[in-house]
Design a binder for this molecule. Structure first.
Ligand code: ATP
Ligand code: MG
Length: 392
């Protein structure tokens, strides 16, 4: 029944010069989201508004669902667009609209007119009153309620006239592409896909890196990470996933360093490698799924030791979240079922029985000197041989 949508987006932080960047990115993201949807769509920007118009038939449900995954959209309003053919005609169209969408109307209502076209012969208040009167005449069971109406009918008078009464909530956030790019350390767990989603929601484009340790981790574990990247890509757009072979480095650390420090040292090498790839691909930050106290490698001391090797900012959006709250988001974004598939993560292979929980950075650095002979070449090689998989 609807052929078009009015897209509402947040206004905060997009004043002045940045506004068109925000809007252009949002238009691009909406076009991208609609690519897979049955139908042909025109996405246009007019006077601080974004409209999506379908040419001919299209899959309504799928279109709404796809736009519901675009960051930056606050509301999706199915809208009827009319040419301005005089007030009488508008009043008739309003009646038809209510009949079509609400059938035997028994609701309380309010008309909310907005006259953006100042040459229109009636003012907003007059339009409200006259259309309200017409609705009462046609639908005797409807009542006006200006404070808490069940049905709010928006009438926007611009070059054309827009009628809508439903605002489907969007995700909010900012369109991907308005805040640079960052490198997500993506494992097969529950946390890191959620962390990537959250940072992408702030407009950040996501690259990802996965540390793979064949044969200790299986092809299936790698596929799980590719699947998770695809789930994140449904919101964040295409993800460039770098799969780093980490086996030799892990074995070398295992051979040379105290076993209770393995996890921390390994985490430090992950961060170093992630940062090097991030620099090459134009990322401005790193993203992890770490949360204070979740495991031994995420105590405040461990986080400090891990962080120490990076010069780029490390974004940890889950830092103060309880696991339960992370799980709630992972279910909402549909990564949970994939994350809980039981495939070995490279970190669980080499874990010590009693890992240090309060690592001393100087002690860790001393242990790392034992790696000096070969580690730089190994890191270079891991970066050079990383496999790139474009997902989404
Ligand atoms: P997750 O659920 O995200 O796997 P976790 O609770 O298992 O997290 P850790 O294994 O300590 O926690 O990992 C902490 C963070 O380090 C992860 O959130 C992720 O960002 C990164 N990470 C861990 N293992 C890998 C890996 N194999 N490849 C890429 N990043 C990883
Ligand atoms: Mg993990």
């Amino acid at each position: 029944m609807f052929q078009a949508f009015l897209i509402k987006y947040g206004e905060i932080g997009i004043k002045g010069k940045n506004r068109y960047l925000f809007e252009d990115a949002l238009v691009a993201q909406i076009r991208h989201a609609l690519k897979g949807v049955e139908g042909t769509f025109q996405v246009t920007k007019e006077q601080g508004r974004i409209y999506v118009e379908a040419e001919g038939s299209f899959d309504y449900e799928e279109a709404v669902e796809s736009m519901g995954r675009v960051f930056g959209i606050v509301g999706i309003c199915p809208v009827v667009i009319l040419e301005d053919e005089g007030f009488e005609r508008l009043a008739e169209e309003v009646v038809t609209y209510l009949k079509e969408h609400y059938g035997d109307c028994k609701k309380t209502f309010k008309v909310h007119a907005k006259r953006a076209k100042k040459t229109y012969p009636k003012e907003s208040m007059e339009i409200n009153a006259e259309l309200g009167g017409r609705i009462l005449e046609q639908f005797p069971e409807m009542k006006v309620d200006v404070h808490h109406p069940e049905l709010m009918l928006y009438v926007e008078i611009r070059e054309r006239i827009y009628l809508y009464s439903e605002i489907i909530p969007g995700l909010g956030g900012m369109p991907v592409g308005t805040n640079g790019k960052s490198m997500l350390l993506l494992s097969g767990g529950i946390d890191s896909p959620v962390a990537g989603y959250m940072v992408a929601k702030r407009g950040v484009k996501i690259d990802a890196v996965y540390f793979h340790a064949p044969p200790y981790t299986s092809e299936r574990a790698k596929q799980k990470v590719v699947d998770l990247a695809a789930k994140v890509a449904r919101y964040a757009g295409p993800v460039y996933l770098y799969v780093v072979n980490f086996t030799d480095i892990q074995l070398y650390i295992y051979e040379k360093c105290p076993h209770d420090e393995l996890t921390i040292i390994m985490r430090r090498y992950m961060m170093r490698i992630a940062e090097r790839i991030a620099q090459k691909t134009g990322c401005l930050g790193l993203i992890t799924g770490e949360s204070i106290g979740q495991v031994a490698s995420q105590t405040v001391q461990s986080l400090a030791a891990t962080n120490e090797v990076c010069t780029m900012p490390v974004f940890r959006p889950l830092i103060a979240f309880d696991k339960e709250d992370i799980v709630t988001i992972s279910k909402k974004i549909d990564t949970y079922e994939t994350s809980i598939q039981p495939f070995e993560d490279c970190c669980t292979i080499f874990v010590a029985k009693h890992p240090v929980t309060k690592p001393n950075i100087n002690v860790i650095k001393r242990s790392e000197t034992k790696l000096e002979e070969k580690i730089d070449a190994m890191v270079d090689e891991a970066i050079e041989t990383a496999e790139l998989i474009v997902v989404g």
